[in-house]
Design a protein around this ligand. Structure first.
Ligand SMILES: NC(=O)c1ccc[n+]([C@@H]2O[C@H](COP(=O)([O-])OP(=O)(O)OC[C@H]3O[C@@H](n4cnc5c(N)ncnc54)[C@H](O)[C@@H]3O)[C@@H](O)[C@H]2O)c1
Ligand SMILES: C[C@@H](O)[C@H](N)C(=O)O
Length: 373
């Protein structure tokens, strides 16, 4: 219903002629992204500082998953603790609850979402709620609800309240008929998972709302993200998170993908920094509204070799899960992110050796790492 209401209002405004808000059809491109938080084109956005009045007030949906808490930490350092609200349908840990504002938000409840945006005077949304690839194949109707209906609610609230909206997409938005090595920003996208289909839908809907209603929509296609301090969320790339836990705890790991399955991957610090950078980039710098971002690309046997350098005797065995193998075999081997590098200066910091060292150190393998060095 909110979609219908929004469209009715927009059509009404078109009939009445130009009006304030974001509803005017076919806005000239230079006028888009007219959020009060827009940084001037000549600003050095990597080091821009915000006065208290100019700081965005941020809502993160689905914030208790692998990526949301880390994003909140980064944004709170940048914009102030109280300006960044984490939300989810799950109960936060004591630590998360006490480290900054947290509210319950179900993205399937449009009124609840709108109430939060209004009551907290939210200006930027990072929409992280989703069911990931393998979890989505296990429950297609739930994935369709969360990833598609939920996105519609977020888009409508964002358009109605003139918000800047970030929605992550994924390597999973590509499929077996996409060029895989490398995969450019613009090419055939025919994914074969409900997750991928819903993410292509999100990219297209966000861009449509941008061109049609002036919504300041920004989207990055993340590779598999590797983080040390969170639980896996039902993805196909999760092996590259779990391997470090198991290597440190047990000295061995059973992998559900074949040894040579190569996928694009990124360390979480790079991912979150890319997210903040694209959100702070001047609108004029963005030749696209959906960008690939890349860091490294590796297979299970390659990451295992790197782990072995630090944990002598580490063993990897393989027990292939056909669902996740089929998904991985349809995804890019390498990502072409030259547009992100050219337009807004994207540059990753972590390659495979730094990633492995950082993950093993985090998991407290200091003794094993020390023995090896
Ligand atoms: N982690 C990765 O490797 C990766 C890679 C590419 C893209 N992404 C994207 O980044 C975003 C965050 O990923 P993640 O790894 O943190 O996911 P995750 O699965 O770990 O977390 C998703 C969160 O969404 C919440 N959620 C589920 N239903 C909800 C609802 N109805 N309302 C509100 N919240 C709900 C869950 O409780 C969970 O905390 C997702 O959109 C994902 O598609 C992640
Ligand atoms: C790649 C990504 O979107 C997620 N980690 C998944 O495997 O589903």
């Amino acid at each position: 219903m909110p979609v219908v209401r929004t469209l009715q209002r927009a059509v009404g405004r078109m009939v009445q002629g130009p009006a304030c808000g974001c509803g005017t059809a076919a806005r000239p491109r230079q006028l888009l992204g007219s959020s009060p938080w827009q940084i001037p084109a000549d600003a050095n956005f990597h080091s821009a500082s915000f006065s208290e009045a100019d700081r965005p007030r941020v809502l993160i949906t689905g914030g208790l998953g692998q990526l949301g808490v880390g994003l909140a930490n980064l944004l709170r350092k940048r914009f102030g603790k109280d300006n960044v609200i984490l939300s989810d349908i799950r109960k936060p840990s004591d630590h998360v609850f006490h480290s900054g504002p947290f509210v319950y938000s179900d993205i399937l409840d449009y009124k609840n979402l709108r109430e939060i945006v209004v009551n907290h005077r939210v200006t930027w949304v990072f929409h992280y709620s989703a069911l990931l690839s393998a979890a989505g194949e296990a429950n297609v109707s739930l994935a369709r609800a969360i990833n598609i209906t939920g996105l519609h609610n977020v888009l409508d609230v964002a358009a109605e309240h003139n918000l800047r909206l970030f929605v992550p997409s994924t390597i999973g938005a590509f499929g077996p008929t996409s060029p895989r090595n490398p995969t450019p920003d613009l090419c055939t996208q025919r994914p074969r998972t409900i997750y991928g289909v819903s993410k292509v839908h999100a990219e297209l809907m966000g861009e449509y709302y941008h061109y049609r209603y002036g919504l300041d929509f920004r989207c990055l296609r993340y590779p598999g993200i590797i983080s040390a301090d969170s639980q896996c969320g039902g993805g196909t790339t999760d092996y590259a998170v779990q391997i470090f836990h198991d290597a440190v705890k047990n000295g061995k790991f059973e992998c559900y993908l074949k040894p040579s399955t190569r996928l694009p991957m990124m360390y979480i610090d790079d991912c979150l920094r890319a997210t903040l950078e694209v959100m702070e980039a001047p609108a004029e710098a963005l030749s696209l509204r959906t960008y690939n971002v890349n860091a490294m690309s590796f297979s299970p046997e390659e990451v295992a070799q790197e782990v072995l350098k630090h944990i002598p005797g580490f063993q990897i065995t393989y027990n292939v899960d056909s669902v996740r193998q089929d998904i991985a075999d349809s995804w890019p081997l390498n990502f072409d992110d030259s547009n992100a590098r050219k337009d807004w200066g994207w540059k990753h910091d972590f390659d495979l050796p730094e990633l492995v060292m950082t993950m093993l150190s985090f998991h407290g393998s200091d003794s094993r790492v020390a023995q090896a060095n």
